[in-house]
Design a protein around this ligand. Structure first.
Ligand code: XMP
Length: 523
């Protein structure tokens, strides 16, 4: 497949250099929330990307290494001579100190992890509106021991004399703590001061306004007679991408929806209703449920289940794509977090790519050119774009659903006998949550089938039936998640309905585990 050029995207905005920070994506999102375009790049490509993007500001992220190690991540110091403001965060500050005549050493007494109080000494520019003794989140084992000429201290903390520093003449700023995390009380104000106040970045980033530009880009890439084939899952990403591509090329987009027999109640019908009836798209619904369930017979190992489902999906999709002989293009709903060229993505300290999650990801040997109109957007931005395209909230705001479908919520072997009650229970959970608007505070809410017989009494007889577990979590990005408690009256109603309306369960339990250590899905 021919990849899209790495240097795509608008100019201006903020270039973020990723030194392997755990929270790099969070910095990019915070900047975009201010209406300013941001892009992440690896240190090796920073100058190249800079020349292409002509950013109005640079942020150097944190990272797990020590700047004085011989193979520590570094970038061309020319970045400091471009005349644009630079904000160094943690490792980024230490790198900047090292390249401006300062000195970095192991912290010993100055090491800080967790919350600490910031003592603001100079509340101008970067620290406008920042409370005098607010809480900030530190996580550093090295420290700046000496500042280079031109730098002054704007704030300190108990063990760290250089918590916030600045060379105002050159517009270089440094924070030893992390402004992007929620634990730093005025972190948002600091980033805003840097991006809007100090750097005066253009506030023209609005993903909802991208519709026309995205359509034009698809038209240009596909040309006047190109045909695109695309897998629709019914999820937000592939749906928004498909509607965009459809707007650009109409009937030359051919969508394929694979019914794997592991879908939720009403899923297939919903996709048909929206894309066939409402949008009049060329959509082929392939019922491959027999094949999926047949090959899953007797398989109870979770990884094996996922692999089988992924393989069959690719095989089915491939044969459908082949039957559309003319299609040279493959549409995908790839998002920015999947493509960020980050230290993390190259196997650094944090890994942002969960490859096993990308079941819709197709093999490279399809030899088609990718059309990925969402590859510079975060999930919430895709939702904004979807709204702008007029997609209904029931689709744009829907909860994520895993590629392997109900198979990862039906523990052990997947059978029709287990899927049926699971589907009914899941529908009850969705109905009760959504009809009260409770889904707005939740990332996901679903039922799990646990094939463990427990005793119950139904009518006058003893029964031994399986367990239905309810899972409700809140999350920002699925990397971490908190379990959430629905109002007790709602839980009671869900439990009553499942025990009365669904055959197969004699017990309903609540999962009160956060991630980590638990994962959101049960398999
Ligand atoms: P876990 O269970 O790892 O899930 O905490 C994190 C998020 O990813 C979703 N998920 C998947 N999505 N294919 C997908 O497309 C998968 O194989 C898959 N496994 C988990 C899960 O629903 C949650 O939102």
């Amino acid at each position: 497949m021919s990849p899209q050029p790495a240097e795509e995207g608008p100019s201006g905005g903020v270039l973020i250099v990723d030194f392997g920070a755990q929270y790099c994506q969070l910095i990019a999102r915070r900047v975009r929330e201010l209406g300013v375009y941001s892009r992440i790049t690896v240190p090796e490509r920073a100058m190249f990307t800079f020349q292409h993007m002509r950013p109005q500001a640079v942020i150097l992220s944190g990272g797990p290494r020590s700047v004085y190690e011989h193979d520590a991540p570094t970038l061309d110091p020319l970045i400091l001579q471009q005349g644009v403001p630079v904000l160094g965060i943690c490792y980024g500050l230490q790198w900047m100190a090292q390249h401006t005549g300062g000195q970095v050493t192991p912290a010993q007494s100055g090491a800080e992890y967790g919350r600490t109080e910031l003592d603001v000494l100079d509340a101008k520019d970067l620290l406008v509106g920042v409370r005098k003794n607010g809480t900030v989140w530190m996580s550093h084992g090295d420290k700046v021991a000496k500042l280079g000429p031109g730098f002054a201290v704007l704030a300190k903390s108990e063990p760290c004399p250089f918590a916030v520093v600045a060379d105002r003449a050159r517009k270089f700023f440094g924070l030893q703590f992390h402004p992007e995390v929620a634990h730093t009380e005025d972190g948002g104000a600091m980033l805003k001061n840097f991006v809007l106040g100090i750097s005066q970045c253009n506030t023209n980033w609005n993903p909802g306004n991208l519709v026309d530009a995205k359509i034009a880009a698809v038209k240009k890439l596909v040309g006047s007679d190109g045909e695109v084939v695309m897998g629709l899952s019914g999820g937000v990403d592939s749906s928004v991408a498909a509607v965009l591509v459809h707007r650009a090329i109409g009937k030359r987009l051919h969508c394929v929806f694979v019914d794997n027999g592991l879908l939720r109640a009403g899923e297939r019908e919903g996709v048909e209703q929206l894309f066939l009836d409402d949008y009049h798209m060329d959509l082929k619904v392939v019922d491959a449920s027999e094949r999926f369930l047949g090959e899953l017979k007797g398989v109870s190992d979770p990884e094996q289940k996922r692999k089988i489902i992924g393989r069959i999906f690719v095989e089915v999709f491939r044969s459908e794509a082949k039957s559309l002989g003319n299609a040279r293009f493959l549409g995908q709903g790839t998002l920015y977090p999947d493509v960020i060229e980050s230290v993390a993505a190259h196997g650094g300290a944090t890994s942002v790519i969960k490859s096993h999650h990308n079941v819709g990801g197709l093999p490279k040997d399809l030899d088609m050119t990718l059309v990925e109109p969402l590859r510079d957007l975060f999930k919430d931005e895709v939702r904004a774009l979807g709204r702008q395209l007029g997609l209904p909230s029931s689709l744009v705001d829907r909860q994520p659903f895993p590629g392997p479908g109900l198979a990862v919520r039906c523990l052990g072997e997947v059978t029709r006998e287990k899927l049926e009650p699971l589907r009914l229970a899941d529908r009850i959970v969705r109905e009760e949550v959504e009809s009260r608007g409770l889904h707005k505070g939740l990332w996901q809410y679903f039922a799990v089938y646990v094939p463990q017989k427990t005793v119950g009494v139904k009518g006058d007889a003893r029964v031994y039936e399986d367990v239905c577990v309810l899972r409700m979590v809140s999350s920002q990005d699925a990397m971490t998640a908190d379990w959430e408690l629905l109002p007790v009256a709602v839980l009671k109603r869900i439990s009553n309905r499942i025990l009365n309306e669904v055959k197969g369960f004699s017990r309903v339990c609540l999962d009160i585990s956060s991630k980590p250590p638990a994962t959101i899905e049960w398999e």
